[in-house]
Design a protein around this ligand. Structure first.
Ligand code: SAH
Length: 390
């Protein structure tokens, strides 16, 4: 196992109580048995959880005298809504969640004709420090548990099923790890989340692999591990520059894993899964939007199983940077396409509620209550994917 640089050493303080969604099916069955109940009740609890049922009184297939005990032990409420904000005629809804220790994270549900996508957070804050990203400016508070990540998707699925989003009852079809945090820096819990998103009921949300996208700054060992573990979800790589000199400044982890290494790892992922990866590229005026950089990017990706997703920069408060003007965007697209690289410009939902890509910065939007956190004397380094990272 590769030892990881300090940037991955997420504080463990504040991790939430045990939840059914953190456990394997066998562990859940054992936990239920320990509480004096037949093991099959674990499946009943799972069905309720993934359907978004939170009130034990509604779990009518579980005997009344066991509901509270089971729910308390295995379905603790981990996510509390602080507020919802809607935009785009009620088709985009951003939710600010408070976790049990007072940490705040956001998720964004976006409904389109024929699909509904939720953008979820994998960490409170982020340690990757990309200077154009609002979350990157906060630093890392902590990793989310699997249940805290899964809970955001479950809440979105329930909101769709209940008709809480403009357009009537519907189905959550897509999940993207493009909220707060670097998912591959919280590998073990994100992998558990992938299992839950893909597993059919009662043990998951039954989404299809291609409908789930993991977006990363390019943590090469973790991309390789994901490749080996065969989850076959869609991979998105946040490149933002085709050359190391500029990428070192825009995505600081590039000083550890270079553009070439990241693209090699993504190519290996594409070969293994047979699935095209996305290259995310925020177009920043006069920083990375020059025609010569479009040509460099075209050269880098020509002939590869890749697709470029250009995102006009969403300026964050206090940022010196701005989105590229339309003519520069068009020129960039034209040059990539001329190089034979499939390219789209992302539609930016929820900009007016600071819900667009890179704008999630929960700690800035409300005052965080003062909570006494049990701070361990020594922070244990978290090794990527080590068993201790469960
Ligand atoms: N840490 C992961 C996922 C979270 S960010 C990653 O970096 O991929 C999701 C996407 O939004 C990333 O591509 C990120 O680079 C991009 N992004 C961040 N800030 C942005 C901004 N201000 N404008 C546009 N895109 C931004």
């Amino acid at each position: 196992m590769t030892a990881l640089p300090l940037v991955f050493d997420a504080p463990r303080r504040g991790m939430p109580p045990r939840h059914l969604a953190d456990l394997t099916r066998e562990e859940a069955r054992a936990a239920v048995t320990e509480l004096g109940q037949p093991a099959f009740r674990a499946d009943q609890l799972a069905r309720h959880f993934y359907r978004g049922v939170t009130d034990p009184a509604q779990m009518t297939d579980v005997p009344a005298d066991a509901r509270e005990t089971l729910a308390e032990a295995l379905l603790p409420g981990l996510l509390t809504v602080v507020r919802h904000q809607t935009a785009d005629d009620g088709r985009t809804r951003k939710t600010l969640w408070r976790l049990h220790d007072g940490a705040l994270v956001e998720s964004v549900l976006m409904r389109y004709p024929g699909r509904a996508t939720v953008c979820i957070s994998s960490q409170a804050g982020c340690g990757m420090a990309c200077p154009f990203c609002a979350t990157g400016q906060q630093g890392l508070t902590r990793n989310l548990s699997a249940a805290e990540i899964i809970g955001q998707a479950v809440a979105a699925a329930a909101a769709m099923a209940n008709g809480d989003i403009q357009g009537g009852p519907g189905r959550l079809s897509n999940v993207v790890f493009m909220g707060m945090g670097e998912p591959l820096a919280n590998y073990a819990r994100v992998r558990k989340t992938l299992d839950a998103l893909l597993a059919p009921a009662p043990h998951g949300l039954g989404l299809s692999q291609r409908a789930v996208t993991v977006s990363t700054v390019g943590l090469v060992p973790a991309i390789r591990r994901l490749t080996d573990e065969g989850r076959n979800v869609t991979l998105a790589v946040s490149l933002h520059a085709p050359d190391d000199e500029l990428r070192d400044t825009l995505v600081p982890i590039n000083t550890r894993w270079k553009v070439g290494e990241v693209i090699d790892a993504a190519d290996a992922y594409a070969r293994k899964t047979g699935r095209r990866y996305s290259v995310e590229y925020a177009l920043i005026r006069d920083v990375n939007d020059q025609p010569f950089r479009a040509d460099l990017l075209g050269k880098l990706l020509a002939g590869k199983l890749a697709h470029v997703n250009l995102i006009p920069l969403n300026p964050t408060p206090g940022s010196k940077w701005d989105a590229s003007p339309l003519p520069a965007q068009r020129e960039f697209v034209a040059r990539l396409r001329a190089a034979g690289v499939a390219t789209t410009v992302r539609d930016t939902r929820g900009q007016d509620i600071d819900g667009a890509c890179g704008q999630l910065a929960a700690a800035d939007s409300v005052s965080v209550p003062a909570v006494a956190l049990p701070v361990p004397a020594v922070e244990e380094p978290v090794e990527l994917g080590a068993e201790g990272d469960e």
